[in-house]
Design a protein around this ligand. Structure first.
Ligand SMILES: Cc1cc2nc3c(=O)[nH]c(=O)nc-3n(C[C@H](O)[C@H](O)[C@H](O)COP(=O)(O)O)c2cc1C
Length: 248
């Protein structure tokens, strides 16, 4: 492996991307529209309407002004209506067509390449475990019920679980983007992820919750803990969420 030369200050990230032949994308060649949501093989838990959560909504400008990262949380559980609100704010579906969905967050070409996984530690009305959001049903898919994940999760997140009541992990399904954008997809996926987490930060402000964007994780461990193959689907971003105390 080459070593770093401290005198070489040229940028390490290349800004050149492979030229995309727009006539050769899967979409242009007639491939079927990729599925917009993975099927659920476990039980489905319906979520309450998202608008039941916020008792005293704060002004958007106050939410923007107050937003900051939180790395310590109280033991208080989240209400399921609060989780419902956070999921709606980050991936909720506004409109659907045959080829695309339109959500509360923007996405390049409306491809919406993410599945949202939730490691639930303390949410009233939910057993601890791994769940996945089903945006089209506004429901949860039970992936695995277990309370025995916290240590492994903290290791996979390189000590960034921070004792959250629920940890969001967004995983990309790259083909949803590649179908239309081929090589351009990686950068679009990463831009999309930023929008999703930005909504989570602001929605948390509405609920007296806190969150912290987490880009530091062990790719193999996190993928394995969720059960992702790391190629057709892989984790790209994470965020623990919990109630915050006043002094936070
Ligand atoms: C893409 C991205 C990745 C981040 N990854 C981490 C992380 O792995 N660990 C962490 O503690 N904070 C992480 N953060 C949070 C930043 O450290 C934080 O936003 C920054 O220090 C500014 O603080 P503020 O959010 O309170 O304004 C990340 C933020 C972004 C946008």
């Amino acid at each position: 492996m080459p070593s770093y030369d401290p005198k070489d200050t040229r940028p390490m990230i290349k800004t050149r991307w492979p030229e995309l032949d727009r006539d050769k994308t899967a979409q242009k060649q007639g491939a079927a529209v990729p599925e917009m949501q993975k099927p659920c093989r476990g039980n489905v838990v319906p979520l309450p309407e998202a608008d039941q959560a916020v008792a005293k909504p704060i002004a958007l400008k106050d939410a923007i002004a107050a937003r900051s990262s939180h790395r310590s949380f109280t033991d208080e559980p989240l209400q399921i209506a609060e989780l419902s609100y956070l999921l709606w704010a980050t991936q909720g579906v506004r409109k659907q067509t045959e080829k695309a969905s339109f959500r509360t967050v923007p996405s390049g070409g409306a491809r919406h390449p993410f599945e949202t996984y939730l490691f639930v530690s303390r949410v009233e009305g939910l057993e601890p475990g791994l769940y996945r959001y089903l945006p089209f049903e506004h429901a949860l898919c039970v992936e695995r019920l277990t309370s025995d994940f916290e240590q492994q999760l903290d290791e996979a997140l390189l000590k960034h679980h921070f004792g959250g009541a629920v940890d969001f992990v967004w995983a990309a399904v790259p083909y949803r983007c590649e179908w239309r954008y081929a090589f351009e997809s990686l950068r679009l996926i990463l831009m999309d992820a930023g929008h999703v987490c930005a909504h989570l930060y602001l929605a948390c402000e509405d609920l007296g919750c806190g969150t912290c964007a987490v880009g530091a994780y062990d790719q193999e461990k996190l993928d394995a803990l969720i059960g992702l193959d790391g190629e057709n689907e892989f984790a790209v971003y994470a965020a623990p969420v919990g109630k915050i105390s006043r002094e936070n």
